[in-house]
Write a protein that binds this ligand. Sequence first.
Ligand SMILES: NC(=O)c1ccc[n+]([C@@H]2O[C@H](COP(=O)([O-])OP(=O)(O)OC[C@H]3O[C@@H](n4cnc5c(N)ncnc54)[C@H](O)[C@@H]3O)[C@@H](O)[C@H]2O)c1
Ligand SMILES: O=C(O)[C@H](O)COP(=O)(O)O
Length: 528
Amino acid sequence: MTKVLVSDPIDQAGIDILGQVAQVDQRTGLSAEELKSIIGDYDALMIRSGTQVTADVIAAADRLRIIGRAGVGVDNVDVPAATQRGVLVVNSPEGNTIAAAEHALALLLSLSRHVPQAHGSMRAGAWDRKKYVGNELYKKVLGVVGLGKIGSHVARVAKAMGMEVIAFDPFISADRAQQMQVRLTTLEDLFRQADYITLHIPRTPDTENLVNAELLRSMKSTARIVNCARGGIVDEAALAEAIENGVIAGAGLDVYASEPLSEDSPLRAVERGLVLTPHLGASTEEAQENVATDVAEQIRDVLLGLPARSAVNIPGLSAEIMERLKPHLQLAETLGLLVSQLSGGQVQELEVRLQGEFALHPSQPLMVAALKGLLTNALGDRINYVNASLEAKGRGIHVLEVKDDASRDFAGGSLQLTTRGGQGGHSVTGAVFADGELRVTNIDEFPVNVPPSRHMLFTRHRDMPGIIGHLGSLLGEHNVNIASMQVGRRIVRGDAVMVLSIDDPIPPALLATIHGINGIQEAHPVTL
Ligand SMILES: NC(=O)c1ccc[n+]([C@@H]2O[C@H](COP(=O)([O-])OP(=O)(O)OC[C@H]3O[C@@H](n4cnc5c(N)ncnc54)[C@H](O)[C@@H]3O)[C@@H](O)[C@H]2O)c1
Ligand SMILES: O=C(O)[C@H](O)COP(=O)(O)O
């Protein structure tokens, strides 16, 4: 008997769909140990954000074929562990977009008109009209951080309410922002200018504690901020302090670094200017029906041997093609990740050139893998082989495929990714060697021969004595260990590139010093 475990509250519409093909057990509120002890009996697991699907749980899931997340975020699922065990993870990328956007707007309005506090005072028997004088949103500046699905909807509604909308999203093209009549600016400028700020970005290593004490201090003292995206993006202690000390006027939060929010969190002690909700962004009847139906249908299909439409961890390709193309897909993804970091995010066009034997492979999965790499820093664990093309299109990235089977650079062919965009462009080429090893073989027009590694530093500089030594000593002084180094140049004392594989990431202050070295034109730290 096929069995599905539903371990978080899920709309009945989803349960009914699962019931068509399996025995459905709804058991919410399980402890980690309880989940681990029963998961071995199930073919599918359906969850929301409440259940932690850890590597331990997955290791105990002997029969599990699919995990369905009735919502967007899969940060409570150990996706690499699931992938390793061949467990498919699916989600519902758009089912709760409107609900989350409307909740952010609800927080903005409640904050500016003190709705929860006024309601509390009425419940206590008061009639206080002076204490709760608020502000209008009309004609105020709204700063949207993250102009994706939810951020764009918030921007659209805010404009209809007469707000001026500015945005920070390094991965959105200027054309797309212009279409939405939103002015793109820097994060710092947005925090300085906005009367209201709303966050709609994923939690990634780049966005963790992005809103810290320093950024809060740069806000207007009358400004308010809303986080309906992910906990951990805002430093909660710094926020509580900023509100208490009048550094900013207030905040509305739906998500927290650790959920449920602990009883002794400093946020619970703030009396004025703070509105808290317990992760209710997706909690509308409509959104819950959308996500439950969307994900239950995918679970049903997969249990019947059909493909899923929103797989987080595998492309919709046959296992055989996947196996054959594994190193080529890995190269495409790595080059995408590399060129996005060299290009600084603002990519308007990606050209994927399949050279020599590469032109003989099926190009679609390679294109998708390149796009997945290109968008990984923007979208974190949300980007996958299934949604990469759609996400690129949504961001206004024009994708060009060129096949050049006459090229004879390397025996197995090579793959070149070239970006074009607001900040110029970059080009990287790579190959898969006979032993399956990946190599970066060209950066812009310069030949190199470098295996990709986790931390790297790329510079573009003048080929002149002293630069390499200077950079080497600087890294040494900052305890950054160099594993390997290569220089590529075309003419003596002309322009050159340097590629360093390093054991540690480059601290931001050191990067600023590197930019100051005489002769260095560009320096890009890269994490792969
Ligand atoms: N509170 C809730 O219940 C709830 C519900 C749904 C979604 N969410 C969360 O809302 C957030 C946005 O979701 P979405 O569906 O709009 O995602 P999305 O992928 O459509 O958009 C995210 C946007 O953030 C941008 N971005 C990434 N890193 C950035 C950075 N460092 N600075 C600025 N912009 C950056 C990306 O380019 C992208 O445009 C996610 O964190 C999601 O998990 C919360
Ligand atoms: O990622 C999501 O979809 C939202 O954060 C909603 O989470 P929830 O399903 O637990 O409400």
